[in-house]
Design a protein around this ligand. Structure first.
Ligand SMILES: [Zn+2]
Length: 131
């Protein structure tokens, strides 16, 4: 029932919760290494969409909070995809070059997850001429 949010595998036993960029993910043991371990899922970010229902003061607090988060990677996944296609690489080829799972790269390109600094640097090292 519980599936890993990175590779999609069924999670046996207790899931691991990790943070990758601004995303909190429930993952299997094998994928736990992709992010920073967190003890439990944090609900704060997922309530983001309900900001409009809160008072103005609360909204200000949220905006301040958001402002100190790492910068939002606008269109990062799309840029990676375009650069990869310009480079003539398939997802699995690029994934192999940066030593990451195909499924991780697919989620980055779909903007399902924000890649860690380490993964971003690896991607940019390969695709820099095309970014
Ligand atoms: Zn997994």
């Amino acid at each position: 029932m519980t599936e890993c949010e990175i590779c999609g595998a069924k999670i046996r036993g207790h899931p691991h919760y990790i943070q990758i960029g601004a995303s909190k993910l429930r993952v299997c043991e094998a994928c736990a290494r992709y992010g920073t371990a967190v003890t439990e899922p944090e609900r704060r970010k997922s309530s983001f969409s309900s900001i409009s229902t809160m008072g103005a003061r609360r909204r200000d607090m949220y905006q301040m909070d958001i402002a100190i988060e790492e910068p939002v990677m606008d269109d990062y996944g799309r840029k990676v995809k375009e650069a990869r296609e310009k480079a003539g690489l398939r997802q699995e080829e690029l994934a192999r070059m940066i030593n990451e799972k195909h499924s991780l790269l697919r989620k980055i390109e779909n903007e399902t997850i924000t890649p860690t600094e380490e993964v971003r640097m690896k991607i940019e090292r390969v695709l820099r001429p095309y970014l």
